[in-house]
Design a protein around this ligand. Structure first.
Ligand SMILES: *Cc1c(COP(=O)(O)O)cnc(C)c1O
Length: 513
């Protein structure tokens, strides 16, 4: 069914042709008024938020979203904002709330939000110099600054990306092409090594984007070899050595070892020096996924990243531990020449004979073409706060995690799954008496969902050794130990409620017996 073409209805003045909405010198009053209204509305929302979420269901919200007729504009920002109240502001998940303890989302710093307003208004596109004069240089400085913090050396380079997933994909694409190029020289037929012989070694706790990237890059489904972890969820270096020897014996080509500096679930940091030694010995590309752990680059705990400077490529997510709005991420490489694997030319955009000095084109380094000026948010943050204040915020989060660990360890109702290393705590409610592990799984799952539905707090869940666990990801320096203690009590309440409702039916006897 196609709807008939729309006619102008009575309330639409004939002058409304859209041009008054263009951001240009004629419409500055509207630009200013419209943005101020947004800022006021958001400020009003933040002033009112008293829990991280309302617990509204997707079905309830879905009805309201579907009911809106997108072919009937409301015509002014104020009305559009009122409408948004019903479908977004009221029920959004607020990461700045101290009882939001779920995923790797941080509260954002105001200079970065100001940067966001600037970058979307001017709307530079970071593909070519002729679309981004100035912005390109600011991005390059941010890359240089990050590479220097890591210690990658003068030849290093990189580019902003949409997130850790894209950064990992790009790193592995480069590693793949480097490995095939290196191998083609030794192959007596002069053929490049077939994709089926390539392997990626990474720990069993690494991020799933590594496996996804390998699949997208045409590798076999079993190309990613999972290296076992020690009890602190760090890649076992001895097991990596065994796997490297095994691949070598099988005539497989290890195109990359991926170490993780801050695993998503446990915050564990692989032994970067031990892994780098093995990579050097075997001549294998070392990629360090520091999507989460990169906050340590500005923290007083920088030493936890020792060895990261030996990587061939590094993923950093400023939108995780640098208090930046989504998206803000980068891929760094030890040698700018490695980026050539990503360089393709188009006559209309970046012809091969471009003078790179006069017209630095970042598209030559990126998987994307049109690309946001996300680097401005980090720039504004560094210029207003500076790296030490930023690192101080992350330090605070790490301190709070240690305090929360003490709280959990002292509470017999809960069992800690691993010692925290960054800012996550993985645990499970075990009650104060012996209960069946399956029931314990369901009870923990229930507690998490019930808590979310109540809107009082948001916590994460994960599986450890096949068993359901709960997870706190702390990224908010304003979360207090009291907040954490309160959330533990709420979880215990929901879990006990579930237990009371389920034990008699499942075991045929009363729980009290
Ligand atoms: C979050 C995360 C990623 C993915 O990053 P996105 O920005 O969500 O795409 C990759 N690796 C690790 C270790 C992560 O924690």
């Amino acid at each position: 069914m196609t709807s008939p073409p729309r006619r102008l209805s009575d309330h639409e003045s004939p002058g409304t042709d859209g041009s008054e909405h263009l951001l240009n010198e004629r419409n500055l009053r509207q630009y200013s008024a419209s943005l101020h209204r947004c800022v006021e509305r958001i400020a009003g929302t933040f002033a009112e938020v008293d829990r991280p979420h309302t617990g509204t269901s997707a079905a309830a919200l879905g009805k309201r979203v579907s009911a809106i007729d997108l072919d009937e504009p409301v015509r002014d920002t104020t009305t559009a904002l009122e409408e948004l109240e019903e479908i977004y502001f009221r029920d959004a998940v607020y990461f700045h709330h101290p009882r939001y303890l779920s995923h790797l989302n941080c509260p954002v710093v105001i200079p970065a939000v100001a940067g966001e307003a600037i970058l979307s208004a001017i709307n530079s596109s970071l593909d070519t110099w002729d679309q981004s004069a100035g912005a390109t240089l600011i991005e390059q400085r941010m890359i240089r600054w990050t590479a220097d913090r890591i210690g990658l050396g003068d030849a290093s380079d990189g580019v902003f990306t949409s997130g850790g997933t894209q950064s990992n994909l790009q790193a592995l694409a480069i590693a793949r092409d480097e490995a095939r190029e290196a191998q083609s020289g030794t192959n007596h037929l002069g053929h490049t090594v077939p994709l089926s012989r390539l392997r990626v070694l990474t720990s069993e706790c690494s991020h799933f984007s590594i496996a996804k990237s390998a699949a997208l890059l045409g590798l076999d489904h079993d190309a990613v070899r999972s290296v076992p972890c020690d009890e602190r969820r760090r890649m076992r270096v001895d097991a990596l050595a065994e796997e490297l020897a095994r691949c070598s014996a099988e005539d497989a080509v290890v195109m990359a070892v991926v170490a993780t500096a801050g695993t998503t679930d446990f915050g564990s940091i692989d032994s970067l020096h031990g892994i780098a030694d093995l990579c050097a010995q075997y001549g294998v590309w070392l990629h360090v996924d520091a999507a989460y752990g990169c906050g340590l680059l500005v923290s007083s705990h920088r030493e936890l990243l020792a060895g990261i400077e030996r990587a061939d490529s590094v993923t950093v997510d400023y939108h995780k531990s640098f208090f930046q709005p989504v998206s803000s991420s980068a891929i760094l490489v030890r040698d700018t020449a490695h980026l050539r694997h990503i360089t393709y030319h188009a006559d209309y955009l970046n012809p091969a004979d471009t003078d790179a000095e006069r017209t630095p084109n970042q598209v030559d380094k990126s998987l994307q073409t049109t690309r946001r000026f996300d680097a401005l948010k980090l720039w504004m943050t560094l210029r207003v706060l500076g790296p030490d204040a930023l690192g101080g915020l992350f330090d605070e989060v790490l301190d709070r995690t240690s305090e929360a660990r003490e709280l959990l360890a002292a509470d017999s109702r809960f069992e800690l799954a691993a010692e925290p290393q960054l800012s996550t705590l993985v645990f499970r409610y075990v009650s104060t008496e012996e209960i069946d592990p399956e029931l314990c799984d369901r009870m923990n799952r229930h507690a998490r969902q019930a808590l979310f539905d109540s809107g009082e707090a948001v916590v994460a869940g994960t599986t450890v050794n096949g068993r359901n666990h709960l997870k706190f990801t702390l990224l908010n320096p304003e979360t207090s130990v009291n907040d954490i203690s309160h959330v533990l009590d709420l979880l215990a309440e929901h879990a006990e409620e579930y237990l009371t409702g389920h034990v008699p039916q499942e075991f045929g006897h009363s729980r009290a017996s």
